[in-house]
Design a protein. Sequence first.
Lengths: 272, 249
Amino acid sequence: MPPAPRPAGISARQRMLQIFVPLLALGFGLVVWQWIVWAYEIPRYILPGPADTAIALLTDSATLWPALLVTLRITFMALAMAMVGGVFLAVIIVQSRWLELALSPYTVILQVTPIIAIAPLILIYAPDTQTALMICAFLVAFFPILSNMIQGLKSVDHHLIDLFELYGASRWQSLVYLRLPASLPFLMVGLRIAGGLSLIAAVVAEFAAGSAGQGSGLAFRLIEAQYRLNLPRMFAALVLLCGAGIAIYGLTSFVAWLALRRWHESAVRREG
Amino acid sequence: MPKLVAMRAVSKVFADGTLALDQMSLEVETGEFLSLLGPSGCGKSTALRLMAGLAEPSSGVVERPSGGGIGFVFQEPTLMPWQTVFGNVFLPLKLRGFSKAEVRERVMDGLQSVGLADFAHSYPRQLSGGMKMRVSIARALVTRPSLLLMDEPFAALDEITRHKLNDDLLALWRRSGLTIVFVTHSVFESAFLSSRIVVMRPRPGRVFRELAISQPAQRGADYRVSESYRADCQLVSEALQGAISAAGN
């Protein structure tokens, strides 16, 4: 039998359409927005058009870009810590049913309490604002990773577990060669959810913190612009946050694709 | 004949209280092709898991080859989807601490013997059901076990593929001198493959009857339509009917 055929490539024309249709729709929306602003002569302190927003992005870049970097740094550090912590705790939790039961009240309490409500408390206890924001974003990103990883570790094919037992695999070998790779698709789902949530948490926690000064992130710049009724800058900050969200989603999807592309159905294009 | 496996008055009670096996005694002789045949719930898979050491008997004794002497083929191919065909067959040796370089030839020989040497770098999802099962068989044989346990390995395959794999398995058994215990619910498969058939009955699972199959050395397409095969099938079928109607009595 010949090897299964490679996924048939969609035609170049279709690929072009897949890229251009969304871009065209977006462009159309921007044009309509700009036209409304012009046609009704709406002042920019009420509704700035796309052009005003773009100008604000450029003129305020000295304020906005460093703020974006601060927010992104908090988001990614929280995400990285959540990945390491979530996977590690999941591996420990599935070792023992009793341990899982004992830890369950804490995981449930931390998971169901809205982060915005805990943030003021964390701000009091944390040594500085940056750390507090990082803890908030970490807490939010941690649980989707933990719960997906636990689910993944528990969903390993029982026959494969039998097989490893038959060949006398050690606990460590079963973990490294079987349980971790088998849970990778679940972990990637957790990562994609956690990526978006950690950005939201970083922004929400900064609203709560209301910190000013050098090290502040985009959320504070947004509030600051609101106080000054600087709407073009608010829109510019929103555009940056939106871009950051898209970039994080794209990045986590890319990581998931890299991890699963060779073998998992979710990353393989359906044939025929 | 020396005994490779011996089950003496073995009972198995599951956690929910089901009596899966009741006082089963069975000896597997070296070099034979033994089929365990019976309707579902007769404990044949349980008996196989006990022989493999994947389950412990509730009472009675199971004597079996220790260490690496056993290969096991499940009903599903049970391959790791994240590993290539080579990686899957290499697994039992990897778990014993061999490096890839040390055993590359041995793994490739194993793949060669099931006709899949060209697919060493493919992933399981790229293979057909029959090819996956061949990989599973190559993996079970790569440690050169003395005993091969097979739990309805071909039940999910289409008939053409199943016949082909039956032929190949028979050829492998003849040339290797392996001892095979084969669980099936197919009268035709057991009559075609076996040198001895143990028919089991359900509720509770126990041995109902043993049948020795007189077999020609060569069993190919001709044998499938021969009078002696048909007669064997009839004998086995009657024994199975008896086992089913004896259930619960």
